[in-house]
Design a protein around this ligand. Structure first.
Ligand SMILES: Nc1ncnc2c1ncn2[C@@H]1O[C@H](COP(=O)(O)OP(=O)(O)OP(=O)(O)O)[C@@H](O)[C@H]1O
Ligand SMILES: CCCCCCCCCCCCC/C=C/[C@@H](O)[C@H](CO)NC(=O)CCCCC
Ligand SMILES: [Ca+2]
Length: 586
């Protein structure tokens, strides 16, 4: 029986008979036993079908086709637990079907392919791929050619591959070269490679729209091309936080089926010029120092961060700073609300309506967002000054294998806000506790010297004189201010409650008292501490201390869908294992 896209017939897998049904949204097949009783059903959303091939086809190391005229093979997404990561691993499922006639076989392949076109409007046909052969463990080339390219070929995607020969080649290519005919850009590498692609695409889009990126008040145009990330770097934070696992096959499958995940981007400005864009970490103090230290040890590969983190921790530095921020609407969400931004997140979906509600009237969008930065709304900015172990701004959770819930576990990928984390100068053991909590499910914000704010914009400056190259006689593990000294209550959370204040001063910077260095760490950390740190912007060091940052909601789109909640996803594999019938209707 056949109506429009619907097709239903008996099919065979091996010598077992199945009732196969293609509805608009699902392709499912149910084993029928000799007494005509239905047994288990496997249901695959059409949107997750990777490809349909005539014959009995396998792609292991290379494509093998046994061309029998009554058979066809369906490839689709199959989920499995990732064993520790936050998301689900995706694998290529494959089932070979036999039909009683060639006519029926051709009907099935034709209907399935038509359904794929209807339910995969964002599936890419042509991709521009940049491979960084030097990222992470230097395996990017191998990962692409052995794992990703065969999957793209199976899905009928043609790729133009560029193996980079220098830093910023991908960015420059995207800024200048012809990009017509490409549906998306894929980077095979780490966060640094992603950042290049991000800068190239945002810059190109604004050039073409005639917008000035240097002006922080301008509402930037969202990029039309999607970005895919095949993880092959050291941290791979953007991949982990948007997919939930670091796995090239999973990422390739998200690209193939044309998943689409919007992402907030923070623009960083200095003296009326754009400095950079950031999506994961804009960090001053600890994270800036770790990056600066790690650049000296690139030869160590991904381990450079562990080594540098330890060295910087032992040097026990803190920095004076003035932080100003524009709080986001507290009625929409909070960084302490213990929710997580998962696939299909309702906070992000509501933000889409809010962020783009005036898009047909660009004048009103410009003016509504501009008012946040104009001088007459200066009163909305909150200002704090003091000594900080670190100041971090992240547009998303920034989860990664080192920190499975991330810098801000309740941050949202696409809500148009960022989370500002202020860690005031404290005793080294307190700071260690803060860092350590990133590796577990313990709340790193529930510490008296930590506060977190959901924001739309941030300004940072060092008190006058601190920005210039200079050193202070502080440092050493026994330095810092302990909590009793400040009179903090360990159990009390310090964030949120102080948001109404517009001017605050904390920490020892006001006294400028030198700290006493630990005698046993003399050689390592009693040296003079620099008066200013550097900004770590998604793994790049920024050349300025004084910056203005603004979050641009949903400025780019990735081939991803956010982190899937393992318990909530009704996978085809699940219904395969449990011997129950599972017919899914949308
Ligand atoms: N051919 C190349 N030679 C030297 N550097 C390159 C080349 N191609 C890209 N790069 C630069 O290498 C830097 C690091 O690359 P990438 O992000 O892929 O790896 P990583 O630093 O190991 O990982 P992560 O950023 O996740 O920590 C990027 O900032 C990029 O600009
Ligand atoms: C006692 C245990 C201490 C453990 C400390 C764990 C803290 C982990 C937080 C990790 C947050 C990563 C945020 C992502 C940043 C990326 O944009 C950037 C580029 O890849 N990576 C780094 O700067 C690399 C930053 C590496 C920091 C260590
Ligand atoms: Ca966000």
């Amino acid at each position: 029986m056949e109506t429009d896209l619907r097709l239903e017939s008996s099919l065979w897998i091996g010598n077992r008979r199945y009732r196969a049904v293609l509805t608009g949204w699902y392709f499912n097949w149910t084993e029928v036993d000799k007494k005509n009783r239905d047994k288990k059903t496997i249901a695959v959303p059409v949107a997750e079908v990777v490809g349909v091939e005539e014959g009995r086809v396998e792609i292991l190391l290379q494509k093998l086709v046994e061309d029998t005229d009554k058979d066809f093979t369906v490839f689709y997404v199959k989920r499995s637990n990732s064993g520790g990561s936050s998301g689900l691993l995706w694998r290529l499922g494959r089932t070979q079907f036999s039909c009683p006639s060639r006519v029926l076989r051709d009907q099935w392949t034709k209907h399935l392919r038509t359904a794929l076109k209807t339910h995969g409007p964002l599936r890419p046909h042509r991709l521009l791929v940049f491979i960084n052969p030097f990222g992470g463990k230097r395996k990017a080339r191998k990962i692409f050619h052995s794992v990703v390219a065969p999957l793209f070929e199976l899905a009928g995607i043609s790729s133009h591959v560029i193996v980079t020969e220098r830093a910023n080649q991908a960015r420059d290519h995207l800024l200048k070269k012809d990009l017509t005919d490409f549906d998306g850009v894929v980077c095979v590498g780490g966060d640094g490679m992603f950042s290049e692609v991000l800068h190239g695409l945002i810059g190109r889009t604004q050039q073409e729209a005639g917008l000035c990126e240097n002006d922080p008040t301008v509402t930037l145009h969202p990029c039309p091309l999607h970005i895919g990330i095949i993880p092959a770097g050291s941290t791979d934070c953007v991949c982990y936080a948007t997919v939930g696992v670091i796995d090239p096959v999973t990422s390739a499958l998200h690209i193939i089926i044309g998943d689409s995940q919007p992402l907030d981007v923070c623009s960083v400005h200095h003296a009326s010029s754009l400095v950079s864009y950031s999506v994961s970490l804009l960090g001053y103090g600890f994270y800036g120092d770790v990056l600066a230290e790690s650049e000296k040890h690139r030869w160590m590969g991904p381990l450079r961060y562990e080594y540098s983190g330890t060295m910087v921790y032992l040097s026990n530095r803190s920095y004076a700073g003035i932080v100003q921020y524009l709080p986001a609407d507290p009625l929409l969400s909070s960084p302490r609300d213990k929710t997580r931004c998962l696939s299909g997140c309702s906070v992000c979906s509501r933000s889409t309506d809010r962020l783009f509600s005036h898009s047909s009237d660009s004048g009103s969008l410009y003016s509504s967002q501009f008012s946040q930065f104009s001088s007459d709304s200066e009163g909305d900015w909150v200002s704090v000054e003091g000594r900080f172990k670190c100041v971090s701004l992240t547009c998303m959770s920034s989860s990664c294998p080192r920190s499975p819930l991330g810098l801000s576990p309740s941050a949202h990928l696409a809500d148009g806000t960022g989370d500002l984390i202020l860690v005031w100068d404290t005793h080294p053991l307190g700071f260690l506790k803060f860092l350590y909590r990133h590796t577990s499910t313990q709340d790193q914000f529930d510490l008296p010297f930590v506060e977190v704010h959901r924001v739309k914009a941030v300004r940072f400056s060092a008190p006058s004189g601190k920005e210039e190259e200079g050193y202070e006689e502080i440092g050493g593990l026994s330095g810092g201010i302990d909590e009793e000294e400040r009179g903090y209550d360990e159990t009390e959370s310090s964030s949120g409650s102080q948001q109404h204040l517009t001017e605050r001063v904390r920490g020892r910077e006001m006294t400028n008292e030198p700290k006493t260095p630990s005698p046993f760490l003399c050689g390592l950390c009693c040296s003079k501490t620099p008066a200013a740190s550097v900004w770590n912007c998604d793994g790049e060091i920024l050349p300025f201390t004084e910056i203005l940052c603004r979050i641009h909601g949903q400025l780019v789109r990735l081939y991803a869908r956010g982190i899937e909640d393992g318990a909530a996803v009704h996978s085809s594999e699940e219904s395969d294992k449990s011997e129950r019938t599972c017919i899914l209707h949308k």
